[in-house]
Design a protein around this ligand. Structure first.
Ligand SMILES: [Cu+2]
Length: 140
């Protein structure tokens, strides 16, 4: 019974801190950008997307370290997620919680929109958000 109470307290605490985590400050001038493919490129599958970051470091999800975050690739996301909540996890919002800096994808032929959004150790965007410019590509 005691253990359950402690676990509930821990859960409540981590839930509370994840609600507050939107306040994780970004470094001034921190910038995410897609190195490749370049905007307007026509590419074939598989598509390797390389993630660029400057002014802030990469750390795995769950690791609370100053001035760090991990990449999220937004694929064909037109409406950006809520910056005060953990970034959704689905086929349109891919998490790279291991600290990865690239991914190789199979994309349906046609036009696609790619964008990077950095998240903190709770997968919540920083304040202010470290968001790349979108890159539009055509997959043959
Ligand atoms: Cu994440």
């Amino acid at each position: 019974m005691k253990i359950i109470t402690v676990l509930m307290a821990i859960t409540a605490l981590s839930f509370t801190s994840s609600l507050l985590a939107g306040a994780t400050p970004a470094q001034d001038g921190a910038k995410a950008y897609i190195i490749s493919p370049v905007d307007g490129a026509t590419v074939s599958n598989p598509v390797t997307v390389r993630f660029g970051l400057s002014g802030i470091g990469v750390a795995p999800a769950g690791v609370e370290r100053d001035k760090t975050g991990h990449h999220h690739l937004l694929i064909d996301v037109e409406t950006l997620p809520d910056f005060n909540s953990p970034i959704p996890s689905d086929e349109h919002h891919r998490h790279f919680g291991g600290g990865q800096t690239e991914v190789t994808l199979e994309l349906v032929p046609g036009k696609h929109r790619l964008q990077l959004l950095l998240g903190d150790h709770h997968h919540v965007p920083h304040n202010s958000p470290v968001l790349s410019e979108p890159v539009f590509i055509t997959v043959k």
